[in-house]
Design a protein around this ligand. Sequence first.
Ligand code: CP3
Length: 349
Amino acid sequence: MNSRQRFLAACRREETDRPPAWMMRQAGRYLPEYREVRSGSTFLGMVHDSDRAAEVTMQPIRRYGQDAAVIFCDILVPPAAMGMDVEFIEGQGPVLGPPIRNREAVDRLQDFDANDATGFLGDSIRKVRAELGDERAIIGFCGAPFTVASYMVEGQSSRNFENTKQMMLGDPETFDRLLTRVTDNSVGYLKMQADAGADVLQIFDSWGGALSAEVYRERLFPHVQRLVAEAKGFGVPAILYVNGCSHLLEVMADTGADVLGIDWRVNPAEAIARVGDRVALQGNLDPCTLFAPPDVVRREAAKNLDAFTDQRGYIFNLGSGILPKTPLESVAALWETVLGSPLPEAATA
Ligand code: CP3
């Protein structure tokens, strides 16, 4: 089977010759060739330029040969298309303005047509497809409603989500309206990606783990369930990734997602026992493992693969995105172990 077939089979919980594998943030600053393209432009400039976006999407594939390419873009593209100012400030991260703090601000947000407002992303997907053919899978994505809404309400990254939770508790109707509007727009955004050729769609709920299982089920679940159902309606499998999800596995599985992306705090045997008969699993090596020497990386990666051998439907990944300062020799050791074959010569340069 080729990489694309292997990836799709794992999503459907069918037999594979080995687990398919990719890495969140696999196109990024740990790669010297990424830093080179990046040095001449801003992050958003690269996202909007489908030639450069397709180029950096392909970089990790050329180097390591992962089974899937994740399209270079960001979960904060939809808030920009809804009319917010979105900037990525060096050393600080994303800044969005003005922050959405009341009903009027929610009502002022615009609905966008994904082909008009974010056509660059469709172009990136088509360019990557032209290079990959049907050999490898293409992963499109969006943020989950809570994660995206938290950036819109806080206006930046947040540790505790004070303003977001204040709105959720103090003005639940407005908060629910915000989640609805984010979800509405995410549906069209995912459809555009599936139409352009994405084989799989991943929903990133990076901060959903900040809520209890009860609150997640009551406030977020209806929106996530709808987004998952719409994604599957476009004929592609849906992956739901939540960082810090050990308390959320059941509610995540209840959304109908084909695959659950789990972080490294989750014990694999426990995840398999709790939801492994209902969904495929993706994860979950701690990205900081890659700061260890290559022989430790090989051992830990093998241990991680072993822990999932009993799971029908398993995709290797890290438990969160690869970090910008990760040493390349460890990344090479990881892919050698996981893909089970010697890497192209360029891989370690
Ligand atoms: O995974 C991939 O390689 C695909 C592309 C991708 C990016 N961001 C590229 C990116 C994906 C899937 C994302 C998702 C994303 N973006 C998430 C969810 C994933 C997660 O980590 O849980 C979140 C929370 C964001 C918002 C965001 N974008 C943050 C917090 C930052 C970090 C700012 C920083 O300086 O590190 C970004 C910027 C970003 N998105 C970069 C990349 C490669 C770094 C850009 C650069 O400076 O070159």
